[in-house]
Design a binder for this molecule. Structure first.
Ligand SMILES: [Zn+2]
Length: 423
């Protein structure tokens, strides 16, 4: 029997912490309401219950009890948003446990619960207007009588102004509002120090391949041998492992990336490989956003009507042009994000190959990331030795860092391919 935390692979400590918090939250909802005087809210009351009269807002055991704001941290694919959603479901669960079957759990997990809002940034950042609107709505009383929950995926993509708007809400939270943020880490580059200081952190680790394979078999009905291969190839990224196991196109793209080391036979070949990698990422990104772009354009055109001829029509036209321009800007930002994400996946696969070569050159007793290119990596290990393998691995990682620092992807990838060829 699995409850809402069943899909949190290899995260026992985090799950235990969230279960305790959900139980505290449920106890709080059951507790008789004492008239809140100025500055008092439900959570303060709960904290006092824990602290035996001590007015400090933090419970004695930081792992127990409930709080208004949480940050889920961990590497991509470790399940940050899965954990945040599971916790949201447990808070909305009519049994207060995250049973997985009641209407509260079910609607939260399927994204239809009226009191749970999910923010998934589509562009490169989350803007201040979006955040202000969200904070405003989150301040209303929960319609289901439990909690108003705002889940912010990729909180590291908040603009500074949006972060400030969020901080204000976290500093003076409405009594029944809970913010769940997801970010790669609590480094100040990812999340501001002031927001961090107001949140309880739930650290997630990169799940081991065996745990990822297990969930693919159990939940997705994938054959065990395919699940094991995909879990290793995805390097602990659960969503990526599932895609590799299920989507032939994703497998083909990965095969093309892993063919790169073999193809680097000269300067021309290096530039060709760079072009191929960039174009494949562009094509993948374009395919992933095409459908939603078209749907948005159609919806906006419908909303704006076919244009009028009466007085005010000229003004309306100008307004329409502005809205179309805004939409195009948003779509462009989303496309850029999708391209970078696709390129980054390719670079992670490539890094895995050189990591395998390095491990083999050292004769390290670890399983290869890419079992299907292990013999190629072994040949590379003999040819390059540990030093050459390490230099190549570093070239891939430097390329990722350069793109993250806004170097033009084509320039970064060309430099990487040349470095991989020269060694
Ligand atoms: Zn439930």
């Amino acid at each position: 029997m699995t409850d809402v935390f069943g899909d949190l692979v290899g995260q026992d400590e985090a799950v235990a912490m969230l279960r305790r918090a959900a139980a505290s939250a449920a106890a709080l909802l059951r507790a008789p309401v004492t008239a809140p005087a100025g500055g008092h809210d439900d959570l303060d009351a709960l904290a006092e219950e824990y602290d035996d009269g001590d007015p400090a807002p933090a419970p004695a055991d930081p792992g127990a009890g409930m709080t208004h704001a949480w940050i889920f941290t961990g590497p991509p694919g470790s399940g940050r948003s899965v954990a945040a959603r599971a916790f949201a479901a447990a808070l909305e669960c009519v049994h207060g446990t995250g049973c997985g079957t009641c209407p509260g759990c079910h609607t939260t997990l399927t994204g239809t619960h009226a009191d749970v809002r999910l923010v998934v940034p589509e562009g490169l950042s989350i803007g201040v207007n979006e955040m202000r609107a969200l904070v405003l709505r989150a301040a209303s009383a929960p319609s289901g009588g439990r909690w108003q929950i705002v889940i912010i995926e990729d909180a590291d993509r908040l603009t500074e102004a949006a972060g400030n708007a969020l901080l204000k809400a976290i500093e003076e939270p409405p009594p029944r509002t809970v913010f769940l943020l997801c970010a790669p880490s609590t480094h100040p580059d990812d999340i501001s120090v002031t927001i961090r200081s107001r949140c309880r952190v739930v650290p997630l680790r990169q799940p081991p391949p065996a745990a990822v394979a297990e969930v693919l078999v159990r939940r997705d009905g994938i054959a065990p041998d395919v699940a094991e291969w995909a879990a290793a190839a995805a390097q602990g990224h659960v969503g990526r492992a599932r895609r590799l196991a299920r989507d032939p196109e994703a497998r083909q793209r990965r095969d093309a990336v892993l063919a790169v080391p073999r193809r680097l036979t000269g300067v021309g070949a290096a530039f060709d490989a760079a072009s191929a990698l960039i174009e494949a990422a562009e094509a993948e990104a374009a395919a992933s956003v095409a459908e939603i772009d078209e749907a948005e354009r159609t919806a906006l055109q419908t909303a704006l009507g076919a244009g009028g001829t009466g007085r005010g029509a000229a003004g309306a036209m100008r307004g329409a042009a502005g809205q179309l321009k805004d939409l195009e800007k948003r779509q462009k930002s989303r496309a850029t994000r999708a391209q970078r994400d696709a390129l980054d996946r390719a670079l992670v696969d490539l890094a895995g190959f050189y990591r395998d070569a390095l491990a083999m050159a050292w004769r390290a007793p670890v399983a290869p990331v890419h079992t299907d290119t292990a013999s190629l990596a072994s040949a590379g290990a003999q040819k390059w030795d540990a030093e050459g393998s390490l230099r190549r691995l570093e070239a891939v990682l430097e390329c990722r860092a350069a793109i993250e620092a806004n170097v033009k992807p084509r320039i970064a990838v060309e430099a990487m391919m040349l470095a991989l060829w020269r060694g």
